[in-house]
Design a protein around this ligand. Structure first.
Ligand code: FES
Length: 130
């Protein structure tokens, strides 16, 4: 049964910050967009990487794994994932061959919008409905 559940203390979520917590058995990402709260299931819409390990800047969330970019206000995909790493040219050829074999799988893996959760701040707590 779904219910409002505390995910983080409000004092730990200042404007421009994101926080990660668990509520109702879900891994949750909460964001403070200049005083407006947003919450999502903490999983990238591409291959489920934990988004709290990525970045939240200028109104977008960037995935730590393949750099997909999501609108922090809506969860919509703003930029598709990229298969590549900084310094890739220095990797051993065997590794690059293995990555090349994965490229068709990567290219056909859809990146979906984030899963939004209802969120509120009350009594010093940020709560989500899960
Ligand atoms: S898992 Fe997030 S972009 Fe691939």
């Amino acid at each position: 049964m779904q219910a409002w559940q505390e995910v983080v203390e409000a004092k730990h979520l200042k404007p421009g910050e994101m926080a990660h917590g668990r509520a109702g058995g879900e891994d949750v990402l909460v964001l403070n967009l200049s005083g407006e709260l947003r919450a999502y299931i903490n999983r990238c819409g591409h291959m489920n990487a934990p988004l709290d390990l990525g970045t939240f800047k200028s109104g977008v969330i960037k995935c730590p794994q393949h750099n997909a970019v999501f609108d922090a206000r809506t969860g919509e995909v703003r930029a598709q994932p990229i298969l590549g790493l900084p310094g890739m040219d220095k990797l051993p050829p065997e590794f690059l061959e293995a990555m090349a074999k994965m490229a068709p799988v990567f290219a056909r893996t859809e990146c979906r919008p984030l899963t939004p959760l209802a969120v509120e701040s009350t009594g010093g707590a940020v709560r989500v409905f899960v």
